[in-house]
Design a protein around this ligand. Structure first.
Ligand code: SAH
Ligand code: SF4
Ligand code: F3S
Length: 451
């Protein structure tokens, strides 16, 4: 039996899952589906026929949570339409809000409690909502084969670790995901192999801070595995299988990782390296454990070893006490580095974090938005500048499918993670094509065929 694709058996009770937040949540939903399929459920993408409606949620910013409250109201309409519908909130928001959510829905399960979902579903009754928000020091779901919910069967996520041991002062993740733990590397390689054998051409290794991945072998220290070694193990599965990873932490990304990337053609030349701020004063307050100079040195190192490496980032605008000068420092760092792309956010205070206790959220909403907009506008120019440097280069692209705008064209990503569009010769998702960049926008490389 193919265990990695959803079961569509019409006689089974149906589960519908919406996923919010980061890539780790996407993979967690696949773990949840695997657990529920083993318990007799099947997946549906039609909420109207679901007997179990789940939202896998995110707490990273207040607006992420507000969206979920809105969805809960929508889910409740389904309950009114049909008898026996169960609504569950799982993931980070479940962990953060616990009982408060239990007043609104039937099931609340935190990120380490997914194995208990079948029991919770068994026990749930109209006056008896069920909750499990226990965090674990061991759970990595290493033995569970995620049931893949992606559309094209080309690119899959693999969680290599869970939790986070950093205490960035603004961040809720350590509270919702618990302590950091690394997963047995042999199960990771096995999962990547299974994906490859099932036609997948790309895996992305996921963790909040992949550079601190460390597997301690129970018996022999020479069988310990660090992140660079894990990357190599996965890269060796096949040169046809691309390997990506996220997220790298500037304080921890090692030269060994950078050299390992350079050694294997199939390890994609892209590093997501969130900077958060260009001001060393802000970075100190954010407890990022690096400063502006350290960050710029890491970028120089990456580019000296891998000249064409894509570098992307995350930026937070308007953290506590951010002065006009701090903001300028962020802009000047962005101009200096010229990131390929960035996720950019206005600071959102999260209850219970160090920042919420020590550092007042004192930048007025209007000013935060103004700074964020300046950051977004600058990044637009930097993305264009970074893409313009690609003109004339030859790239190997993994086809994702037809381009959205023109069915005679294909789209797919280069090793650097840049999106490419080029004429189709009938290839399908999962094929590799050689192209040359002809012109660019800030979001896309427009290419011609050279193969
Ligand atoms: N582990 C990753 C990031 C995880 S969260 C890392 O350390 O880089 C993803 C991004 O959300 C962060 O990089 C940060 O830019 C943003 N973020 C986290 N907490 C936030 C908050 N309270 N307000 C606004 N943005 C936040
Ligand atoms: Fe949050 Fe920092 Fe951990 Fe990233 S490294 S998840 S920002 S605490
Ligand atoms: Fe959000 Fe949790 Fe991921 S808070 S960003 S879903 S780890």
């Amino acid at each position: 039996m193919n265990r990695i694709r959803p079961i569509t058996d019409p006689s089974r009770p149906k589960v519908y899952i919406e996923t919010y937040g980061c890539q780790m949540n996407v993979n967690d939903s696949e773990v949840i589906l695997s657990i529920l399929q083993d318990a007799g459920y099947a997946l549906t993408d039609d909420i109207e026929e679901a007997s179990v409606i789940l939202a896998n949620t995110c707490s990273i910013r207040d607006n992420a949570e507000q969206r979920i409250w809105g969805r809960i109201d929508q889910f409740k309409l389904q309950k009114r339409k049909r008898d026996g519908v169960v609504i569950g909130i799982v993931g980070c928001m479940a962990e953060r809000l616990k009982d408060k959510l239990l007043e609104a829905v039937d099931i609340v399960a935190g990120p380490d409690a997914y194995r208990s979902l079948p029991e919770l579903l068994e026990a749930v009754a109209p006056d008896s909502p069920q909750m499990n928000v226990m965090l674990s020091h061991e759970e990595t779901y290493a033995d569970i084969t995620p049931v893949r919910m992606d559309r094209n069967g080309i690119s899959g996520f693999i969680s290599i670790m869970r939790g986070c041991n950093n205490v960035c002062s603004y961040c809720i993740v350590p509270y919702t995901r618990g302590a950091e733990r690394s997963r047995d590397p042999y199960t990771i390689v096995q999962e990547a192999k299974t994906l490859f054998e099932n036609g997948y051409k790309e895996v992305t290794l996921l963790g909040q801070n992949v550079d601190s991945y460390f597997w301690k072998d129970a018996e022999k220290a020479d069988r310990n595995v660090n992140f660079a070694q894990l990357l190599e193990m996965v890269a060796k599965i096949s040169p046809e299988l691309r390997v990506r990873f996220s997220t790298s932490h500037p304080k921890d990304i090692s030269d060994e990782v950078i050299y390992t990337m350079a050694m294997y053609e199939n390890i994609c030349k892209h590093i997501h390296l969130p900077v958060q701020s260009g001001s060393s004063i802000m970075l100190e307050k954010m407890r990022r454990k690096y400063d502006r100079e350290w960050y710029l040195e890491r970028v120089r190192k990456i580019r000296s070893v891998i000249p064409d490496c894509g570098i992307t980032t995350d930026v937070i605008a308007g953290f506590s006490g951010e002065t006009a000068q701090d903001h300028q420092d962020t802009l000047s760092l962005m101009e200096q580095v010229v990131f390929d792309s960035a996720f950019m956010f206005a600071y959102s205070e999260r209850p219970g974090t160090l920042a919420s206790r020590k550092y007042p959220d004192d930048i007025p909403y209007g000013l935060k938005t103004e700074r964020l907009n300046e950051i977004i506008a600058l990044q637009g120019r930097m993305s264009l500048k970074s893409n313009e440097k690609e003109i004339g280069k030859t790239l190997k692209v993994l086809v994702e499918g037809p381009s959205k705008k023109n069915p005679d064209e294909l789209c797919g990503r280069a090793s650097s993670n840049k999106m490419c569009v080029f004429p189709s010769r009938g290839e399908k998702a999962g094929d590799y094509c050689e192209v040359e960049v002809v012109s660019v926008t800030s979001a896309t490389l427009l290419c011609k065929r050279i193969d």
